[in-house]
Design a protein around this ligand. Structure first.
Ligand SMILES: [Zn+2]
Length: 235
C-alpha cells in the first residue's frame, strides 16, 4: 500500500475546493449581474419613452388631420363666397365671419401639431441616446458572459482531469483509510493527512507529547492517527 498517495488525494481535493471557490466567486459574475440590472432599468425607461413617442405621434397626426378638415371647409366657403350664389350682404358677412373663425381654428390646430412635432424631436434624440447606451450595456453583458463561460470551461476541464486522477490514485489506496480520510476531511480540510514531522503532527495546535511520539515511532504500520487531534499521520 502506498499510503503516501493519500497526500496526493488530499492535495487534489484541496485544488477542487479552490476551483469551486473560484467558480463561485468570479468577479465577472457580479459585474454581469450589475450590467443586467442596469440594462433592465434602461429597457423600462426606453419602453416608457417609446410609448410617449407613439402618443405624441398620434397627437400630431390628429391635429394635422383636424387642420386639413378645417382647411377644406374654408376652401368650400371661399368658393361659395366668390361664386356669386350668396347675394345678401348679411349672408355674405356671415360667411366671411365663419371663414375668419375657421382660419383661427386652423391656425390653432397647426400650432398644436407644431408643438407636438417639437416634443417629438426632443424625445427622438433622447431615445437615440438611450438606445446607444443600452447597446453599450448589451455589448458589456456579452463580453462578461463569454469571459465567465471561458473561465468556467477551463475550471470544468481541470475538475474533470482531477476527478480521473483521483479515481486512479484511490484505486491503489486502502479502502478503510480512504473512508477515514473522507470522514475527517470536513473537519480538518487541507490538513487532514499530515506527515510525522520531527516528532510532531504538523496539524496539531500543540507539540505531540513524548509518549505519543514514542508510540508512533514504534508503530509497525506506516499510517496512524494522532491521539491529540485525530488527524491521519503518515509515518
Ligand atoms: Zn495531531
Amino acid at each position: 500500500m502506498h499510503h503516501h498517495d493519500l497526500l496526493l488525494v488530499q492535495s487534489l481535493d484541496t485544488e477542487v475546493e479552490q476551483l469551486m471557490h473560484k467558480h463561485r466567486s468570479l468577479s465577472e459574475r457580479d459585474q454581469l449581474a450589475r450590467a443586467q440590472a442596469e440594462l433592465q432599468r434602461f429597457t423600462v425607461q426606453l419602453d416608457e419613452k417609446q410609448l410617449t413617442h407613439r402618443e405624441l405621434s398620434s397627437r400630431q397626426k390628429r391635429y394635422e388631420d383636424e387642420a386639413q378638415i378645417v382647411a377644406a371647409r374654408i376652401k368650400r366657403n371661399e368658393e361659395r363666397l366668390y361664386s356669386g350664389e350668396v347675394k345678401g350682404v348679411r349672408d355674405l358677412q356671415a360667411l366671411q365671419e365663419e371663414i375668419w373663425a375657421l382660419r383661427t381654428r386652423q391656425s390653432d390646430f397647426e400650432d398644436e401639431a407644431l408643438v407636438a412635432m417639437e416634443e417629438l424631436e426632443t424625445l427622438g434624440s433622447e431615445l437615440q441616446k438611450f438606445r446607444s447606451e443600452a447597446d453599450l450595456f448589451e455589448a458589456r453583458i456579452q463580453k462578461l458572459a463569454s469571459a465567465i463561460a471561458a473561465v468556467e470551461a477551463e475550471i470544468d476541464a481541470r475538475l474533470e482531469t482531477i476527478r480521473m486522477k483521483r479515481a486512479e490514485v484511490c484505486a491503489s489506496l486502502d479502502t478503510a483509510l480512504l473512508t477515514e480520510y473522507d470522514h475527517l476531511r470536513p473537519l480538518f480540510g487541507p490538513a487532514t493527512v499530515v506527515r510525522f514531522d520531527a516528532g510532531k503532527c504538523v496539524g496539531c495546535p500543540s507539540m505531540m507529547p513524548a509518549m505519543e511520539v514514542d508510540r508512533l515511532k514504534r508503530s509497525s504500520d506506516s499510517v496512524s492517527s494522532c491521539d491529540e487531534c485525530g488527524r491521519i499521520v503518515l509515518l
